[in-house]
Every structure is written in structure tokens, then in C-alpha cells.
Design a protein around this ligand. Structure first.
Ligand code: PLP
Length: 400
């Protein structure tokens, strides 16, 4: 009997890895499932991006292993993007490391900085990967609340009263997923101050800053952040390139070098065509993002109608690719309720508990589906309600 390592007993298979297989199994040609669960943009990258990919892939010289640090043109493109969007200056030689998505960066940063038994501060609710990766690294998880009473902000004053001496990394994520909360510059400064006072690394995971947000903010714009902060960012959400796996980490030279030390032992560089296409994507202008946001704004209106239909409450202003909402009081088990909706309407929405217990009375609906699908989802939910909750539509009963 070959046993698996103890560390994998610490984590569950990623929720969506299992659940989406179940959702797909319900799909039939005459009655499709509508997946409003995940934040994988359905819109296309810019035309110039795709053309650059094709042109680069056609060059036989571009198919070999690549530099571990990525090509300078990509790091320069990221530096220009940071200057333009966040007014932050980064040295492309030493302060930027391209990654295959920001998700892998969570692992690399954790391995580079956290020893077994040290504490990692993670938001509740928050992106589950911060926790699972820290567990795999043998760290101790310590959660901090995103406070609903503070409109999902962080109560830095109460954190200040705690003993944070064992904390090695604090993960922050603004705009926050799943709540859609943005941070003001002042709030970000308070968090940076907290990290400086307690001498831990603070990492802002920032993939949503250009979606439904008029004030993109980088933690690296906070004075003093260079001592204690790193930032992860990505083309997945803002540039419609989730499947391309392109992100980066930015911050001070020695921190970035530590991450490179880990990463260069795990992969052998990013495909040249992806890098050259990313250079084009980073040039997308304001009008490209405006058009994108018009689409998401239109969709978010329908999602709110759907939430109204379900009796949920939500904050009007939310950034990012989701709408986060509190379920009605009569719902005591959100996981079961979401399944009733799924099996009754074939509409999949994400139960909030997967982001931590602070999300147990919430759901998250993605904006990554065409508006027609959302309207159809709304109609199905109206029908389902008319028939009484929990009832499967007769037409589909046989196929489920
Ligand atoms: C908060 C947050 N961070 C990181 C990621 C991963 O992004 P990437 O595609 O860049 O790995 C996601 C994706 O869902 C996310 O929601």
C-alpha cells in the first residue's frame, strides 16, 4: 500500500474541480445548464493580442524553453501598465516576475517565505487558495474577518490589538473576491502600516482592479510599502485571458528574487508566443476597458433582478466579476439551497461557504455569461418559484 503524503490530508480537492463535473453532468442538448458559478471571462481578448499570438507561434524560433524571468519586453510592458494604471514605477529588470497566472504565485510566495508552524493571515471570506497552499506548506492558518458591518472592510484597529508576532504573510485582495469590496488608499495604507509594525510580508492579490472599478489601486502605491509588500496581478480577469495563464508578481528586488528561486525549480519558462501576445494585451487602451465594463454593467443589472427574485440582499456598489449577496432568512442551508436551484433550474450559482464561514449565508453570482443566458436563468428561476421551491421541471426530470 503506497500512502500519500500527510500534507494532502490537510486539503480538499478544489471545490470547483468536483462541483463543475456535477454541473456538466446535468447538461442535456435540449436543456442546457447555465453556469453562473465561475469567474472565467467569456469575452475575447483584444484582436491585437490574438494576432500577436499567431504571428509569434508561426516563428519556428519561438518554440524552445524560455528565460525563467520572462522576456524583457513583457516585464517592460508590465512596468508601463503599472505606471499608466496605478502611477507606480517598477524597475522591469528587478521588480517584476511573470508567472503562469497569479494562482501559482500564491504557492511560490508561500514556499519562499513561510516556514512550518508560522502563521499566515487569510481573509474570511476569501479566495480559498491562500488557505490551502498555506496548509500544504505546513503553516498555521489564522483568519481575519472581512466585516459585513464595515461593508466588508477590515477592522485594522482590532487586528492591532492582537498578538501578530508569529504572522509571516498577510494576504489581502482588493478589489476583494467574493464581496466586491474595494479599498481606499487610506485603508491600504493602514494595512501596510500594520505589516510594517509587525514585520510581516503583506501581499495584495489584485486581479480585479479594472473590472467595474473607477479607482484602480496598487498596494505598491502606498508610501513605505516597498519594505513589506508584494503584489500579484494577472491578465486572466481584466484582459479576458484566464486560460492563457499569465500573471506576475511585483515588488522589491530581494523579495522577487526569493520567489524566482522557488519558481525556477518548478517550470521552464513561459511559451514565447504567450509572452509576446501579453505585451500586446498590456497595451489595451481605456476604450477597450470601457467597452468591457459596459457589458459587465448590463449583465450585473440582470443578475440583480435574479437576486431580487430569490429574495437576496446585496450592496449596490461591487467591483470585479461577481455579485455577492446575502440569502433570505428562511434559507438555513445555503449549500442545499444552491443545489435545489441547480437541480430545479439547471442554473449553477456558488454558495458562499466555500470562501470561509463568514460566507455561509451568502451566494456569489458570476458576470461571465452572455446576457441572454442570464435572462434565461432569470426566467427559469421565476418558473421554479411559481412551481414551489425544490421542484424539478417536469420536462427535465427524466434527464437529471
Ligand atoms: C482572488 C483571486 N486571486 C487569484 C485568482 C487566480 O487568478 P489567475 O488566473 O491569475 O491564476 C483568482 C481566480 O479566480 C481569484 O479570484
Amino acid at each position: 500500500m503506497i500512502r500519500t503524503a500527510h500534507r494532502i490530508a490537510q486539503v480538499e480537492e478544489y471545490y470547483f474541480s468536483k462541483k463543475l463535473a456535477e454541473v456538466r453532468s446535468l447538461d442535456t442538448p435540449d436543456y442546457r445548464t447555465i453556469n453562473l458559478g465561475i469567474g472565467s471571462p467569456d469575452l475575447a481578448p483584444s484582436v491585437a493580442t490574438v494576432q500577436a499570438l499567431i504571428a509569434s507561434a508561426e516563428n519556428p524560433a519561438n518554440h524552445g524553453y524560455q528565460n525563467y524571468k520572462g522576456i524583457l519586453a513583457l516585464r517592460q510592458g508590465i512596468a508601463d501598465f503599472y505606471k499608466k494604471i496605478y502611477s507606480v514605477s517598477l524597475d522591469p529588470e528587478s521588480m517584476i516576475l511573470p508567472l503562469m497566472g497569479s494562482k501559482e504565485g500564491i504557492m511560490h510566495i508561500t514556499l519562499a517565505f513561510v516556514n512550518e508552524g508560522e502563521e499566515v493571515l487569510v481573509p474570511n471570506p476569501g479566495y480559498p487558495t491562500y488557505t490551502s497552499v498555506a496548509k500544504l506548506a505546513g503553516a498555521t492558518i489564522r483568519t481575519y474577518e472581512m466585516e459585513e458591518r464595515l461593508d466588508w472592510g477590515v477592522d485594522v484597529k482590532s487586528l492591532r490589538k492582537q498578538d501578530l508576532s508569529k504572522v509571516k504573510i498577510m494576504w489581502v485582495n482588493f478589489p476583494h473576491m467574493p464581496t466586491g469590496r474595494i479599498a481606499s488608499h487610506h485603508e491600504m495604507k493602514e494595512l501596510v502600516d500594520l505589516a510594517r509594525e509587525n514585520n510581516f510580508l503583506i501581499v495584495n492579490d489584485n486581479p480585479y482592479s479594472l473590472i467595474l472599478n473607477n479607482a484602480p489601486l496598487s498596494i505598491l502605491s502606498v508610501p513605505g510599502s516597498e519594505e513589506v509588500a508584494l503584489e500579484l496581478n494577472s491578465l486572466s480577469k481584466s484582459h479576458n485571458m484566464a486560460g492563457w495563464r499569465i500573471g506576475w508578481v511585483a515588488g522589491r528586488k530581494d523579495f522577487v528574487e526569493a520567489v524566482l528561486k522557488v519558481k525556477s525549480n518548478m517550470d521552464s519558462g513561459m511559451f514565447m508566443a504567450l509572452q509576446q501576445a501579453a505585451v500586446e494585451a498590456l497595451k489595451n487602451d481605456a476604450s477597450w476597458f470601457d467597452e468591457l465594463n459596459v457589458v459587465y454593467r448590463g449583465r450585473s443589472v440582470v443578475v440583480r433582478q435574479l437576486l431580487d427574485e430569490l429574495g437576496c440582499r446585496y450592496a449596490e456598489k461591487q467591483s470585479g466579476l461577481f455579485v455577492w449577496a446575502r440569502v433570505p432568512q428562511h434559507v438555513h442551508n445555503v449549500e442545499k439551497w444552491v443545489d435545489e436551484i441547480l437541480y430545479g433550474t439547471k442554473v449553477f450559482i456558488t454558495p458562499g461557504f466555500i470562501f470561509g464561514d463568514a460566507g455561509k449565508n451568502h451566494i456569489r453570482i458570476s458576470l461571465c455569461a452572455p446576457i441572454e443566458k442570464m435572462q434565461e436563468a432569470l426566467e427559469r428561476i421565476r418558473e421554479w418559484k411559481k412551481k414551489g421551491t425544490g421542484q424539478v421541471q417536469t420536462k427535465e426530470k427524466a434527464s437529471i
